[in-house]
Design a protein around this ligand. Structure first.
Ligand SMILES: *Cc1c(COP(=O)(O)O)cnc(C)c1O
Length: 375
């Protein structure tokens, strides 16, 4: 209604201020012809690893491959059950299949949408679980202290799906720690829309475990221990390319600032929505959320979304159908009602526009539109 729509995300706007530097970074790669691997990739690996507080970082082709490689490095294969949540982007589950394992689900916490510890514990008691994949959904780390303690008791590895949580932190007994250093191994996507996004597909695996890092390094490059010396059969090719690494290095220098801006925008929404009949995001006291998405929930979600759309406010649903109810995963045998919190979340969540270059007048339009929608 009032002027141009408020976008959910405007990548062109996000990139405009960086355009000169992005071009220079790309030209640098072009001048050196370091298209796959090379200095920029090594530089990014060392900088992103250090940023996360992880001793090792291996750049890979995308976030899905990061998960598959992490699981393969852990030795997951046929017959191995891997526990995760159905309320996530499908790749968290697909990766388990691609590694040859069997996906097993538990439910999520109704307040923060990350893995529910009691629900996970129920599964651990029922059957052997080789690894668990907590998803730091929307940018808030899962309850890693409790989950790690639980996984340790049952001898399972913890694989972070940190695709939505670059830079997010948790306060642990030893102080603040970042996503990427909260489990045994962690997986990142740098898909263009993520908080740290490339200009195409890209991903990374981080870990503090030397042996796992070595295994991922071998697996992501044809099992090569040295040039043309292959020591692993059927590894794969999942390398990060130089242009993406150069752009990611540049954007990594801005990540703290852009995440801080996201938190500031989220605080504005939180304040404006206080007292309205909607459920705002819940950030745990020991967590630093990076608001990959700002997600509210409404019992009458479809009506609210239509009303916002009519006022030119673009929104999205992450995610409209939990994985256990997807046609692709029907054969796992979970029916409707298996994971009530995930199912209800899918029916009620709505992602509002929130990205670092969102303008004050756009925030105001979103706030007013939400106020009118919930009456
Ligand atoms: C984006 C995403 C992935 C997959 O990353 P790709 O780079 O698209 O392969 C995995 N898990 C979650 C939670 C994601 O958001």
């Amino acid at each position: 209604m009032s002027g141009t729509p408020v976008p959910l995300l405007d990548l062109a706007r996000e990139h405009r201020a960086l355009e000169g530097e992005i071009r220079a970074a790309i030209e640098g790669v072009l001048a050196r012809s370091a298209f796959v691997g090379g200095d920029e990739v090594r530089g990014f690996e060392s900088e992103f690893g250090a940023y996360c507080g992880a001793r090792h970082c291996i750049g890979v082709a995308n976030g899905t491959d990061a998960l598959v490689l992490a699981l393969r490095a852990l030795g997951i294969g046929p017959g191995d059950a891997v526990l995760t949540v159905p309320f996530t982007f499908l790749a968290s589950v697909e990766a388990i299949d691609l590694a040859g394992g069997t996906p097993v689900f538990c439910d999520i916490d109704p307040d923060d949408y990350t893995i529910d510890i009691d629900s996970a514990e129920k599964i651990f008691r029922q059957r052997p679980i080789k690894a668990v994949i907590p998803v730091h959904l929307y940018g808030q780390p899962a309850r890693m202290e409790e989950l790690t303690a639980l996984a340790r008791r049952y001898g399972a590895a913890v694989v972070e799906d940190a695709a939505q949580a670059q830079g997010a932190r948790l306060r642990l007994a030893g102080g603040w720690a970042r996503a990427g250093a909260l489990g045994d191994i962690a997986c990142f996507s740098f898909y263009p829309t993520k908080n740290l996004g490339a200009l195409g597909d890209a991903g990374a695996v981080t870990t503090n475990d030397d042996a796992l890092a070595e295994k991922v390094r071998l697996l992501h490059d044809h099992g090569q221990a040295g040039k043309y010396r292959h020591i692993l059969r059927a590894a794969t090719n999942s390398r990060l390319d130089g242009i993406q690494a150069a752009v990611l290095r540049l954007k990594l220098t801005r990540l703290e600032a852009t995440n801080a801006r996201r938190r500031q925008l989220a605080a504005q929404y939180d304040e404006a929505f206080a007292g309205l009949s909607l459920t705002a995001p819940h950030t745990r006291a020991n967590a630093e959320h990076v608001y990959h998405q700002y997600v509210v929930r409404f019992a009458a979600r479809e009506r609210v979304q239509a009303s916002l759309a009519a006022e030119g406010v673009n929104t999205a649903i992450h995610y409209p159908l939990p994985v256990h109810l997807q046609e692709a995963y029907r054969s796992l045998g979970y029916g409707a009602g298996s994971f009530p919190v995930s199912e209800r979340s899918s029916a009620e969540v709505l992602s509002l526009p929130l990205f670092p270059t969102l303008r004050a007048e756009e925030v105001e339009r979103v706030v007013q539109a939400v106020r009118r929608a919930v009456g």
